[in-house]
Design a protein around this ligand. Structure first.
Ligand code: GLN
Length: 479
């Protein structure tokens, strides 16, 4: 059977694999041949693993024996370069980790291996996940498969581009301030940022430890749900993971109430086409039987300011471990201090160095209360705003995912503030710790290309199920 990669989903691939229409090896070969054709231009993968077919053969054994077959058995996935897989290179797209090999599996990698998934390779990203375009990679930018003069978004741009160019069926990314949802919206995919603590961070290179979470890129809401189901859960190796019974939806509502913070969602800086698309999305939701309610989130407008204090503060302490001694590459100086200065000065990229400087500043004596202390206080206000809205019976809050469709490569690299503004709609969910999903919502016709757009739904802590249900309704309505 000829494999139609474009229309394949995890669900349909699983049905074909179990019926024997094609084998996991044939499926993996189909993906490898696309990667071979497209990756030199798109630069989605930093490395394609050399044992993909062996992994697929293992999956075929399970499928053939009808033993230990999981819906992910034989499913080819791409993994972001900041998630550890034992024995393989991992580098967070940074020169400072040249030569580093993971000595253990991240919990998510272990779970996916147990399910029998096939890892195709590791994907490009902004260095240590700092950025929104994948241009901060030490290994060159990734291009958007929908228009190669544009960025795929970031920081998980390689994972998004890999799925979007049909070079993987789904992928994992990490989301600290939007790094799954924004590239998903730029590349026409579903991207889920789970509840903070629902997916283990063990084996994920830390960026902002109070914000980081691993999640899936997929072509459909159902596929994203399948991966979330496979990777989430309490983990003794990550003390911030939450137990299954502390959350979850008991009964699904008959009528979904969707809250719209109009002032924020349609505020200043929103691209005209994105605004029009968002208004249409609201009509679709109404047509799908949802009740639309205007909601007030008075402090949400401070999310970006609060995030860009908290994130450099956490980054500056998390990346302190990369000193040329413990991991990866070393630039030798005259003495130990010389080693540190050369290694960190030469091997960290510009954005990482910028955040270390900002972070140490906001945490320094005399400035701590004015910056970090205040940002953390504002964070509680944002959380409380969301809680109030969800307690009032709203099932999900909706906004655009990003203020514009994919921008041009090089368009924002000269102005970090412009790049940070990209995150306006995505950071509130990270700051509040709540789950959020981006779903394809239409396209913008620009330069005779159809650029994907995304809509974002956010739900209360632990209520991923509501996002999946509303997401499926929305998907169906859009057709
Ligand atoms: N663009 C945001 C930043 O640069 C988000 C990054 C992320 O989620 N990893 O901080």
């Amino acid at each position: 059977m000829k494999i139609d990669l474009h229309n394949l989903t995890i669900t349909s691939a699983h049905a074909h694999l179990t019926k024997g229409d094609f084998t996991a090896r044939e499926l993996a070969e189909a993906y490898l041949s696309i990667i071979e054709k497209k990756n030199h231009e798109i630069n989605a993968y930093l490395e394609v693993f050399d044992d993909v077919l062996e992994q697929a053969d293992e999956a075929d054994k399970r499928l053939k024996a009808k033993k230990d077959v999981h819906v992910l058995t034989g499913i080819p996935l791409a993994m972001k370069d900041n998630i550890l897989i034992k024995g393989r290179r991992a580098g967070a797209a940074s020169k400072i980790l040249e030569g580093y090999y993971a000595t253990y599996d991240a919990t998510v990698s272990r779970k996916l291996k147990e399910a029998g998934a096939v890892f195709l390779g590791r994907t490009n990203m902004d260095e240590f996940a700092m950025g929104g375009s994948t241009e901060n990679s030490a290994y060159g930018p990734t291009k958007n498969p929908h228009d190669t003069s544009r960025v795929p978004g970031g920081s998980s741009g390689g994972s998004a581009a890999a799925v979007s160019m049909n070079g993987a069926l789904a992928a994992l990314g990490s989301d600290t301030g939007g790094s799954i949802r924004q590239p998903a919206s730029f590349c026409g995919l579903v991207g889920l940022k789970p509840t903070y603590g629902s997916v283990s961070r063990y084996g994920l290179m830390a960026m902002g430890s109070s914000l980081d979470v691993i999640g899936p890129f997929a072509k459909t809401v159902e596929d994203a749900q399948i991966i979330f189901d496979a990777i989430h859960g309490k983990d003794p190796l990550d003390s911030t993971t939450i137990s299954e019974n502390t959350y979850g939806v008991k009964t699904l509502p008959k009528k979904f109430v969707v809250g719209v913070p109009y002032d924020f969602a349609l505020g200043e800086g929103l691209h005209k086409t994105s605004a029009e698309n968002f208004k249409k999305n609201i009509q679709h939701l109404e047509a799908a039987g949802c009740e639309i309610r205007e909601v007030a989130l008075p402090n949400i407008k401070y999310s970006l300011a609060s995030y860009y204090i908290i994130i450099p503060a956490e980054v500056s302490s998390n990346v302190a471990r990369y000193d040329g001694v413990k991991f990866g590459a070393l630039e030798e100086g005259k003495d130990l201090l010389g080693d540190y200065l050369l290694t960190r000065g030469r091997l960290f990229g510009k954005e990482v160095r910028r955040r270390i400087i900002l972070g140490t500043y906001v945490l320094s004596a005399g400035y701590y209360d004015a910056y970090y202390g205040k940002a953390v206080a504002v964070r509680s206000l944002i959380r409380a705003d969301f809680k109030k809205v969800f307690d009032s019976g709203v099932h999900a809050v909706v906004t655009p995912t990003a203020p514009s469709p994919a921008f041009k490569i090089g368009e924002k690299t000269g102005d970090p503030l412009q790049m940070y503004l990209e995150d306006i709609f995505t950071v509130p969910a990270n700051v509040a710790g709540i789950p959020a999903i981006s779903i394809p919502s239409g396209t913008a016709d620009i330069d005779s290309k159809k650029l994907p757009l995304g809509v974002q739904f956010m739900a209360a802590h632990g209520q991923e199920q509501l996002l999946f249900e509303i997401g499926k309704k929305f998907e169906k309505m859009r057709g």
